[in-house]
Design a binder for this molecule. Structure first.
Ligand code: ZN
Length: 150
């Protein structure tokens, strides 16, 4: 388990140091701003939708390694998915980070996002890991949304 944790940490560090899709988008269909005041994580999410498909997704912002890595990996896993699939991923991710870390677990559609499973052991970091996802859900629900995690 210790080795696995190290691997997970490496993936998270890599994404926090060089976040993917870290850019503003000139022509987004949706934007949302997410704020996690407990840790000081802030991000703006940009979505371009093509029908019900996520054609492009990017973000900008500042925050801790977990919040950045989570946003980076979320953008990677969303491209090309339908908005319905994105909603399912939100639910699965949320269940994973708020669930029992010792319960049996299958990554399923989460794939690489399963690296954040360990966050469930650290309640203070759950909001860091889920900020991007709450921001995504808000962006899908309305064109210009703001989310603050309390
Ligand atoms: Zn944070």
């Amino acid at each position: 388990m210790a080795d696995l944790r190290e691997l997970y940490q490496e993936v998270i560090l890599d994404h926090s140091r060089s976040p993917r899709n870290f850019r503003a988008m000139p022509d987004p269909s949706r934007t949302a701003v997410g704020n996690n005041p407990l840790c000081g994580d802030r991000l703006t999410l940009f979505l371009r939708l093509d029908g019900d498909r996520v054609a492009d997704v990017s973000f900008q912002g500042s925050g801790c390694a977990i919040s950045k890595a989570s946003a980076s990996m979320m953008t990677e896993s969303l491209k090309g998915r339908t908005t319905a699939d994105a909603g399912i991923l939100f639910d699965r991710f949320h269940e994973m980070v708020t669930g029992d870390v010792h319960a049996p677990f299958e990554a399923g559609p989460l794939g690489k996002l399963a690296v954040f499973r360990g966050v469930a052991e650290f309640p203070a970091r759950v909001k860091c890991a889920s900020l991007a996802w709450h921001t995504l859900r808000a962006a899908l629900a309305s064109p210009d949304a703001k989310v603050t995690l309390e």
